[in-house]
Design a protein around this ligand. Sequence first.
Ligand SMILES: NC(=O)c1ccc[n+]([C@@H]2O[C@H](COP(=O)([O-])OP(=O)(O)OC[C@H]3O[C@@H](n4cnc5c(N)ncnc54)[C@H](OP(=O)(O)O)[C@@H]3O)[C@@H](O)[C@H]2O)c1
Length: 243
Amino acid sequence: MKKLSDAIVVVAGGTGSVGEGLVRQFLRQGATVVVPYRSDARRERLEQYVSDIEGGTLSCIAASVSDEESMSRFRVELLNRHGRVDLGVACLGGWYYGYSLHNMPFEHWQQVIHNNLTTHFLCIRALVSIMQQRNSGVYVMINGGAAELIAPEQGVVSIVAAAQLMMSRVLKQEAHATNIRIHSLMAYHPIKTRGRGSEVLDEWLTPEEVGDYVIKLYTAEAANIDKTIHRLYTRNQPPRYGR
Ligand SMILES: NC(=O)c1ccc[n+]([C@@H]2O[C@H](COP(=O)([O-])OP(=O)(O)OC[C@H]3O[C@@H](n4cnc5c(N)ncnc54)[C@H](OP(=O)(O)O)[C@@H]3O)[C@@H](O)[C@H]2O)c1
């Protein structure tokens, strides 16, 4: 029996390098996977990448996750097509390297906030609002070790990742006494995305393995399912948890 048969899964960031692997794994498990996309080229690249998978349905909807009106239209279209969302996954953002905070150009700051936080806020408004209305759903925010670690010239990434982590904790509080579960899934090491060259370690997780963990969160097969924060390291290390 496939684990996501009948599930409506939205992957915001499904066109990205981690997100596309999540989409593959969810399709393999029979899900209807809805992906908002902002460029036809990125949509076609994703469709091509999952074309070998039998089962599941990929349902792409034109929408930019960082645009308020676009996400309002996405929400309407999602409900028209599929009626609900059972699992929402936000795999959004981008890396930044360049300046110390005191030298950072204002437009860089704005761009990182836009890509790594505003996207999450609008995605929450679109998806968690549906879950709240239906009193049902699992929402998983993919994050990285930057939320709890700091490095110079890229500190802004840690700032927004820490804010993203706090978003998940706020959502958890606000989902108190509902049937909604909120998780922050933090990958502490680089993920073996298909774009990486040969500079990879065997023990790093693949996007598909991260997808498997998200499925375990959804089905409640993961240990410590009551914890908001699930930290993943390498294939050889067990997860760690936080509230
Ligand atoms: N890559 C890793 O090794 C790694 C390791 C640990 C944790 N993570 C975490 O995984 C998550 C995703 O990372 P990634 O490496 O997959 O990033 P990515 O390849 O850059 O993908 C980011 C996704 O977010 C979308 N996005 C970004 N800014 C947007 C905007 N302004 N408006 C609309 N959509 C926007 C992108 O859309 P487009 O496709 O249209 O550009 C893309 O789908 C992050 O939380 C990161 O911390 C990644």
